[in-house]
Design a protein around this ligand. Structure first.
Ligand code: IZC
Ligand code: ZN
Length: 409
């Protein structure tokens, strides 16, 4: 017997380019998928079938966080004083930074990493996230990278959020390879990537292309080797310095280029032409106390597909709250609310090469966010307050909001 369920609302934001909004209608769900979107007149609901009526509440696809560094140990709050004194991310990297987290993560057991990541996922679900991408990159040796990816694999299916994994061993140069980045990349290519592939621990490979990390030439060599092994590609590009990362992403056919605060005009044009998704991370600009956000208006004008994600990580974005990223997109990047919603649904699905989520459309997974607010403008009009009334994952109600609803009319 199939399981049928109807969700009703007077404002269903589908993110489907052919029919972006349904005013007063139903989402018909059968088992874990959307079977149909129906207007009130079309719907013929058999007796006894469950109907959730969310009239007065904006309903959207579940949010997709397309860029996180989910699995790691430790906290870097000791970096705050240096940040307040004006030291930059790259300066702080010299005394703490990624390698501090690597030490903590290497020392952490599988169980400790599992429990901590599971708790993070619970907080993300409460923000409306139903799928996310998780990068490794705090092990920087075969054993720990595999442990972190196994944690992500094992959590996928044992809590509600679906996880897409990315191997990011090329996140920094570990102490054993200090001053020898090319030897480290050779080690990753020869000793680590083949194991990740064989164990099917990641679909994507990513590299931190940045001053003091990996040069454009090193990033190209590494990504090309990964591509030959059948991985899909991502790149941390033009985050702090403009180095041609977006141009490289387009040239290599990367699925996405991420950060892009310092992207060039040519990089934007190249990405539009190549169909590379721009995954922008406003939490990071905010947390780095910088003024320059990724130039999203230019990107949209050139026709680049945009994703907005948290970049959840212990150094430059220790927040798992995607609604915070969405608020910054509106208030700091001046994006309009509908474009922001598209960037955490359809755009974010494109950034992780998923074609069954990110839209409320027949055949797609029934991953659904129900807001306390009634429309996209109102959703953004209470920054800092959690707007999640309900979350459905694959047709099941998996989260009920605990906030005291605002009386807004
Ligand atoms: O731990 O600082 N930018 N990777 C690239 C990070 C920030 C994470 C970190
Ligand atoms: Zn990142």
């Amino acid at each position: 017997m199939s399981n049928e369920l109807y969700i009703r609302s007077d404002r269903i934001f589908t993110a489907d380019p052919e029919k972006p909004v349904l005013f007063d209608g139903y989402i018909k769900i059968v088992d874990d998928k959307i079977d149909a979107l129906l207007t009130v007149n079309e719907a013929d609901i058999p007796d006894g079938v469950k109907v959730h009526d969310y009239t007065g509440h904006l309903v959207t696809p579940g949010f997709i966080d397309a860029h996180t560094h989910l699995v790691h140990a430790g906290s870097r709050h000791h970096e705050l004083g240096a940040k307040l004194r004006g030291e930059s991310y790259l300066d702080i990297h010299e005394m703490s930074g990624i390698l501090y987290t690597v030490r903590k993560t290497r020392d952490a057991s599988y169980e400790a990493l599992y429990e901590r990541s599971k708790a993070t996922l619970q907080r993300m679900l409460a923000c409306g996230v139903t799928t996310l991408e998780a990068k490794s990159g705090y092990g920087l040796d075969k054993e720990t990278e595999i442990r972190c990816l196994e944690v992500a694999r094992d959590l996928n299916g044992y809590q509600w959020i679906d996880i897409e994994s990315t191997f990011m061993g090329a996140h920094a140069i570990p102490p054993e390879f200090e001053g020898r980045p090319d030897d480290y990349l050779d080690y990753l290519i020869k000793d680590v990537l083949p194991v990740i592939k064989r164990k099917r621990l990641a679909r994507f490979v990513d590299v931190f292309c940045e001053d003091k990390f990996f040069t454009i030439e090193q990033s190209e060599r590494f990504l090309k080797a990964a591509k030959e092994m059948g991985f899909l590609l991502k790149i941390h590009a033009d985050e702090i310095t403009s180095s041609g990362g977006a141009e490289l992403a387009a040239k290599l056919g990367c699925v996405s280029a991420e950060h892009l605060m310092a992207v060039s005009d040519k990089g934007i044009k190249d990405m539009a032409k190549a169909g590379t998704v721009a995954c922008v991370l406003p939490n990071t600009t905010y947390f780095l106390m910088e003024d320059t956000y990724a130039p999203v208006k230019k990107m949209l004008k050139e026709g680049v597909t945009l994703a907005i994600s948290t970049d959840y990580n212990p150094g430059s974005s220790p927040t798992e709250n995607i609604q915070f990223a969405m608020a910054l997109a509106v208030f700091m990047m001046k994006m309009n609310p509908v474009d922001v919603l598209l960037a955490v649904t359809r755009g974010a699905a494109a950034a992780i090469d998923r074609h069954d989520i990110g839209q409320l459309k027949e055949g797609y997974l029934a991953d659904i966010f129900v807001s306390y607010s009634r429309d996209p403008d109102q959703l953004f009009y209470r920054p800092g307050s959690n707007q999640t009334k309900r979350v459905f994952k694959k047709g099941k109600m998996v989260y009920r909001g605990t906030a005291v609803p605002h009386i807004l009319h």
